[in-house]
Design a protein around this ligand. Structure first.
Ligand SMILES: Cc1cc2nc3c(=O)[nH]c(=O)nc-3n(C[C@H](O)[C@H](O)[C@H](O)COP(=O)(O)OP(=O)(O)OC[C@H]3O[C@@H](n4cnc5c(N)ncnc54)[C@H](O)[C@@H]3O)c2cc1C
Ligand SMILES: NC(=O)c1ccc[n+]([C@@H]2O[C@H](COP(=O)([O-])OP(=O)(O)OC[C@H]3O[C@@H](n4cnc5c(N)ncnc54)[C@H](OP(=O)(O)O)[C@@H]3O)[C@@H](O)[C@H]2O)c1
Length: 420
């Protein structure tokens, strides 16, 4: 505690409410933050979770479409220490997943500080502590001081909205996929879906199912794989094969099997990248599309595949091949990005793109008590393995120190050192 009084920026320090956190601060109450908190709870380590939204798992609750289901079988998506209920289907729905996360938070008594957006976090060399500044929805500023900082703000913290020529002149409705809920409002409309990742494919499928006419922009190459191959999850098959075979061979086998199930996707305008799907995922982080019906709609012509965009004008898009299409609305399924560089003042562990520099499985621990969870590009299973490692690491130090303190002095941990 004594090093707290050596903190720099004295004026700043005393002008806002300042809270000493007895244990780590976890930034983000998505699945990664919750998993870390649960594992810390098991280790007996106290923590504070800071969340900018007014709920847990805000990506799932606020920024995903209604028809969303987990793409991978449930055993790869459950968080540590508490399995999914037995009656959950193989691919839980978004609602079921949210219910599970709510009960997970309740079970481990995780009560995040909601509506607190982390504005900055920096390591104070003098005191050897992290200073985490937040602003709440009521504009109240708080500074948390802690020894450990766990970054759990996710790979998908912010939407990517490309700056395409003429978009401002389009005139019709333009939304990002994170605002799209259902195709109901688009009945009878011509909708341009920009992007052919899992979001673009699924939004296009949903639009078809609601009697809209989607055209999907595919500007480069994409790997489309069936979600299941002969009744077995494609992902599970890949995991199984990876135990025995080299990655390049698994990639080859996956593509052969995909060809048997889906046929030649290139004939529908979906050119495959030269790199195999697993290698592409590992090196570039680009997720293959797991098809759940969009390909059938592309085959039947219900989803039109179109090349890249040249420019927009009023009610119209011009494509790179010169073709012009009249459209009513645009859904930008153009992906997401990490927001870590916007608030974390650190450049050794995290790179400019907001991901840890060290590749999996080394990107979970930085220096001076800094940790990252959920940046492995391996979805929920990657987040779970990070969370367990982090909690173990912090728990070891915690147990060592609290044991020592018990024998020497009475506990001196405090929550609050100064209140405004
Ligand atoms: C449409 C969609 C479907 C997906 N489906 C799957 C799937 O089926 N399986 C799978 O494994 N993965 C899936 N993913 C990937 C998904 O990112 C992970 O499943 C999971 O949500 C990652 O959890 P997370 O906690 O790391 O990040 P998030 O769920 O994004 O949670 C991060 C939290 O941090 C908060 N936050 C961000 N910045 C700040 C700040 N400055 N201050 C305070 N709080 C902040 C956010 O509000 C958010 O609540 C999907 C992603 C999308 C977009
Ligand atoms: N059910 C599920 O499990 C589910 C559903 C949806 C999403 N997800 C996950 O969520 C994450 C994000 O997926 P996502 O599909 O939203 O994003 P994504 O995978 O990053 O895909 C973005 C797409 O937008 C395209 N794009 C970007 N800018 C463009 C531009 N200016 N013009 C034309 N195209 C452009 C990209 O093309 P290029 O490839 O050419 O860059 C790409 O096709 C992924 O991990 C995904 O697996 C999961």
């Amino acid at each position: 505690m004594e090093n707290l009084f050596q903190l720099g920026d004295h004026e700043d320090f005393f002008s806002r409410r300042c809270i000493w956190v007895n244990g780590p601060v976890i930034v983000g109450a998505g699945p990664s933050g919750l998993a870390t908190a649960a594992c810390l709870r098991e280790q007996g380590v106290p923590f504070v979770v800071l969340e900018r939204a007014d709920c847990i798992a805000s990506l799932w609750q606020r920024r995903t479409y209604d028809r969303l289901k987990l793409h991978l079988p449930k055993q790869f998506c459950q968080l540590p220490k508490l399995p999914f209920p037995e009656d959950f289907p193989e691919y839980p729905t978004k609602r079921q997943f949210i219910e599970y996360l709510e009960s997970y938070a309740k079970h481990f008594e995780i009560n995040p500080n909601f509506n607190e957006c982390v504005q900055s976090a920096r390591y104070d060399e003098t005191s050897g502590l992290w200073r985490v500044k937040t602003v709440s929805s009521t504009r109240t500023e708080v500074e948390y001081i802690c020894r450990w900082l766990v970054v759990a703000t996710g790979e998908n913290a912010e939407c990517v909205t490309p700056d395409i020529q003429g978009l401002a002149d389009f005139g019709g409705q333009v939304m990002h996929a994170c605002e799209y809920k259902s195709g109901e409002k688009f009945k009878g409309k011509k909708v341009l879906v920009v992007g052919c990742g899992n979001s673009g494919m699924e939004v296009s499928l949903d639009l078809c199912n609601h009697n809209a006419s989607p055209a999907m922009v595919v500007r480069s190459a994409v790997h489309v794989l069936p979600r299941e191959i002969w009744g077995k999850s494609t992902f599970e098959l890949a995991v199984l094969m990876m135990k025995w075979l080299p990655l390049w061979l698994v990639d080859k086998l996956m593509l052969i099997m995909a060809w048997f199930v889906l046929g030649n996707t290139e004939s529908y305008g979906l050119k495959r990248p030269s790199m195999g799907p697993l290698q592409l995922k590992n090196t570039k982080g680009k997720t293959p599309v797991l098809d759940i019906g969009a390909l059938e709609k592309i085959r039947s012509g219900d989803i039109q595949v179109v090349p890249g965009i040249k420019r927009f004008s009023c009610g119209q898009v011009e494509l790179v091949n010169g073709q012009k299409l009249d459209i009513d609305s645009i859904v930008l399924a153009t992906g997401y990005r990490s927001n870590v560089p916007s608030w974390l003042q650190e450049s050794e562990f995290f790179s400019k793109n907001g991901f840890p520099k060290a590749p999996f499985p080394h990107g979970w621990r930085g220096k001076a008590g800094l940790y990252a969870v959920g940046f492995t590009k391996r979805g929920l299973s990657g987040a779970s393995s990070d969370a367990m490692r982090i909690a173990q690491d912090i728990g070891n130090v915690w147990k060592q120190e609290t044991k020592q303190k018990k024998t020497t002095t009475t506990a001196c941990h405090r929550r609050c050192i100064s209140q405004l």
